[in-house]
Design a protein around this ligand. Structure first.
Ligand code: F42
Length: 151
């Protein structure tokens, strides 16, 4: 029986209620409920990380962009002018990350990608969730793309 990985520390739920609720339902159902972005039918994953300032355990949901066992995390936040706060957490603690895509979470290592590698992952991301293209149009910032590989 493989042990289910966890991050030690105090869990601080997302400040966004709809996100907090989606994560709770996804985890409680082993990824069989709340597994898509609202009624879009597009799958999501749950990412657990270490807060860059608080050191607390934080969780977010992201669109599921998978290729060859790796996943892209697109820090779009709806095209907001600033990066979502979770981006800073993953940059600060790239080795303290869990990814849940189904019944159980597993450890991943995260790296930000640039240039051709970013362009390749961006194309995959937009193919899964075309809104990413619109979000990038909405903001001056270049939306960061991070790639998670099983650790
Ligand atoms: N967000 C995306 O950016 N991309 C997606 O593809 C995406 C898909 C998605 C699907 C389903 C769903 O339910 C949500 C989805 N979201 C997606 C939203 C995503 O889950 C996040 O909620 C959103 O991106 C905003 O992330 P955030 O980290 O900015 O969250 C804010 C609202 C938040 O929780 N802030 C906390 C607060 O108290 O205000 C602090 C959180 C935090 O991590 N604090 C750090 C710490 O140390 O604890 C401080 C970090 C620092 O350096 O300031």
């Amino acid at each position: 029986m493989t042990e289910i990985p966890t991050l030690a520390g105090e869990y601080e739920p997302s400040a966004l209620e709809w996100v907090r609720e989606q994560i709770e339902r996804y985890e409680a159902s082993g990824g069989t409920e709340a597994a898509t972005l609202r009624d879009t039918g597009i799958p999501v994953v749950v990412v657990t990380m270490r807060g860059a300032q608080s050191g607390k355990v934080r969780k977010i949901a992201l669109m599921r962009v998978e290729h060859g066992g790796e996943y892209a995390f697109v820090a779009s936040y709806g095209g907001a002018p600033k990066h979502p706060v979770w981006y800073h957490n993953l940059v600060a603690h790239p080795d303290e990350v869990l990814l849940q895509d189904g019944p159980e979470p597993f450890r991943v290592r995260v790296r930000e990608v640039h240039g051709d590698e970013r362009a390749e992952w961006w194309q995959r991301a937009v193919a899964v969730f075309s809104n990413y293209g619109e979000y990038q149009q909405r903001t001056e910032r270049t939306i960061p793309v991070l790639v998670a590989s099983p650790a």
